[in-house]
Ligand binder design. Structure first.
Ligand code: AMP
Length: 357
């Protein structure tokens, strides 16, 4: 924890903390869990969404209304957050909405590892972190390299929508990138990632690392329902070839999955490797929820193509606890609630600085 954050905390009334977040993504789960643990809650909300979140008034003590998300870093909003002794919980939409600059410098204690944000914003840095952790990853090619097989080409910021495409040769990669530029889908191909296309089933593993208990927990798993790659299988292959459709990978929902138990030790091992790598490379290391995104192949080998350093939307499936959280807690424990439980445990033991940066 920086001395700056320590200084802010020293002026907080620790008996009256608020758990705060942006009204989006998994915010209802986060405030629901905070209430279960006895905290006050605060949502920063855009004025056009206020009507919706007001319907959950029983879960939200304070709304801070903004016109644009970027106002999170404005003096007024920061003042409002500090006045209510807020611990801010970043979620999957956080950086996308407020931008990396505001996310990194937000002068409010953040539940999570702030120094992971810039890594998350850079696909190549992400793969380096996973690789250095000893987690099996897909092969990464440079744009001017001839790939050894099928690849998925990812443009930064495309988030699985138009801007991702599949190719099988250097010529197809160059052609695909030129098409995206010509059609104005992207303005630049800087930071493009060419990754081996992993054949198998996708699975997204949710973890929680507790610095207070020094324990890694698996909290759930999901499958992302992606348009239109998940819909294309409904069309006969012959017709697909006629259409020449390029699939998109935009998440439209999440489907629960429980993993074959013999895969679990591998999944836990990868999670532990991730925790260790962040402890070494980005001390104090990951805090709270994170997710490894993987493909499980026909030999049940697991390879990880992406990670998220914060609570993921797939955890919304388990607002009343998951088959895994029951194994640790024996009570309904969502990831939102687990975050507040960690803050509570840290407070009780006088080690709040272990869970905020
Ligand atoms: P990402 O933006 O990296 O989370 O990727 C979006 C989606 O693209 C994933 O949820 C997968 O369905 C698919 N995908 C990404 N990378 C790979 C890969 N290396 N092999 C196979 N599918 C992938």
């Amino acid at each position: 924890m920086s001395s700056y954050v320590r200084d802010i905390l020293s002026r907080y009334d620790l008996d009256n903390l608020s758990i705060a977040t942006l009204a989006s993504h998994s915010s209802l789960q986060i405030v629901h869990g905070a209430k279960k643990e006895g905290f006050r809650t605060l949502l920063v909300v855009t004025d056009d969404r206020l009507w919706f979140y007001r319907q959950f008034r029983h879960l939200v003590d304070d709304f801070v209304v903004v016109k644009r998300w970027s106002e999170l870093c404005s003096e007024d909003v920061i003042e409002a957050l500090r006045k209510r002794n807020s611990i801010f919980v970043p979620h999957g939409s956080f950086i996308e909405y407020v931008g990396i600059e505001c996310a990194t410098r937000l002068p409010i204690p953040i539940f999570g590892l702030r120094s992971l944000f810039p890594v998350e914003a850079d696909q190549h840095a992400k793969m380096r972190l996973l690789g250095s952790a000893g987690i099996p990853i897909p092969r990464v090619y440079s744009v001017d390299e001839e790939p050894g097989g099928l690849v998925i080409v990812k443009l930064p910021g495309a988030k699985g929508g138009r801007g991702y495409f599949i190719a099988s040769s250097k010529g197809e990669i160059v052609q695909g990138l030129r098409k995206l530029l010509d059609e104005g889908v992207v303005r630049s191909v800087d930071g493009v990632m060419v990754q081996e296309y992993l054949v198998g089933v996708t699975a997204y593993f949710h973890y929680f690392y507790s610095p207070v208990l020094d324990r890694l927990e698996i909290t759930g798993a999901d499958i992302r329902y992606e348009s239109d790659v998940d819909g294309l299988r409904r069309i006969p292959v012959k017709k697909l070839l006629e259409l020449g459709l390029e699939p998109t990978f935009t998440v439209v929902g999440n489907i629960p999955v429980v993993l074959r138990e013999s895969i679990m030790p591998v999944v836990m091992d990868y999670g532990a490797r991730f925790v260790e790598a962040t402890k070494t490379q980005l001390p104090p290391g990951v805090i709270g929820p994170f997710c490894l995104e993987a493909v499980i192949g026909r030999d049940t080998g697991v390879r990880v193509f992406e990670f998220s350093g914060r609570i993921v939307a797939g955890t919304n499936l388990y607002i009343d606890g998951s088959p895994y959280t029951y194994l640790y807690w024996d009570e309904p424990m969502s990831v939102g609630r687990r975050i507040s439980r960690e803050v509570k445990l840290a407070l009780e033991r006088g080690v709040l600085e272990k869970v905020v940066t």
